[in-house]
Design a protein around this ligand. Sequence first.
Ligand code: NAD
Ligand code: ZN
Length: 361
Amino acid sequence: MRPTKTVGTYLFGRGCLDNLKERVTLHAPGEDDCVVYFIDHFWRANEKMMPRLPARNKDVIQFVDTTHEPKTDQVDDLKIEVVTASEGRPIKLIVGIGGGATLDIAKAVANLLTNEGKAADYQGWDLVKNPAVKKIGIPTLSGTGAEASATCVMLNRAKNLKLGMNSIHTVYDELLLDPDLTASVPREQYFYTGMDTYIHCIESLAGSYRHAIADSYSRQSLELARQVFLSDDMQSDQAREAMMIASYLGGSAIGNSFVGVVHPFSAGLSVVFGTHHCLANCLVMNAMQEFYPEETKEFHEMLKKQKIRLPVGICSNVTDEEMEKLYASTIIHEKPLRNALGDNFKDILTPAKVAQIFRRM
Ligand code: NAD
Ligand code: ZN
């Protein structure tokens, strides 16, 4: 059994971003202390964010380009950049502001600042030896649960592998959960990322592996996600508040639960086509009727209710070679597939069957 850690300290509520100054001062009180801010590039020059940050001249502001999902070599480069920019002052605190990608990058760099070597050395379970630099997370997009989880997902191009630093040291020390910050998220993005929570919860609750605490988090998270996506306006003030809580609860469940059939297929799309995690999940969910019949029906209702049109046909013209890669990068996820389908999952998901499912997307 592995111990579980979730975020112990948080503020929740509209406008709580304005409490950042007092939280930062608590962790980095010294004249010479340096605070590093990783901020999603969307917020560059944004009046709702930048003037409200308590950054001083000697702090480091690093904008993160989230056009692509985080990579291990990108994390290595960012670590060097912020160390250079800190000019020898002690980095006492990391603040991550953004969606899952930026939150994950901030977590990964915080681990690397206190642990020698490269990001790739820590992809796996419990490889991070020393506690990370203290960190505060401020999500501006709800759904991945990255603000609460004990992992930070990175693509390792050399190994063709997408894996996180799964460690209790990866968990944020504090969160500021301010639903006002998600008001600007584009509709499609809001839906896809929110669905990550929904999909994670339905997968984990349908699996054979059970954990009573994770189940509780998942059930509550699912209920909130249903309220949001079956409502008339998934982006109302109230819905964005509910979605921020759902994401936090879903992320708290991740450490103690396993996903199912959707995430392995989604990983296949990400590895082969570079499709972003949350969109890839939705493309897969669209074709999951035989594994999750009720939930697939509900997912279609949600799409309809929110008037979201999913891209279709991502695999309609794949080559045999691409299909082989898709199969390999799906079937490699043994733990979730065993959780969902049992030990003989390879008899169910034969290469022909997997190809048929991908072609259905
Ligand atoms: P993201 O962080 O990749 O951001 C998606 C887009 O939304 C970007 O263009 C960004 O600029 C924009 N954006 C963010 N906040 C905005 C705002 N308030 N207004 C307008 N635009 C905004 O998206 P995501 O879906 O949150 O995260 C996906 C990443 O999370 C992937 O890299 C995935 O691997 C990772 N992930 C991590 C965990 C975990 O537990 N650590 C779990 C699931 C997924
Ligand atoms: Zn996910």
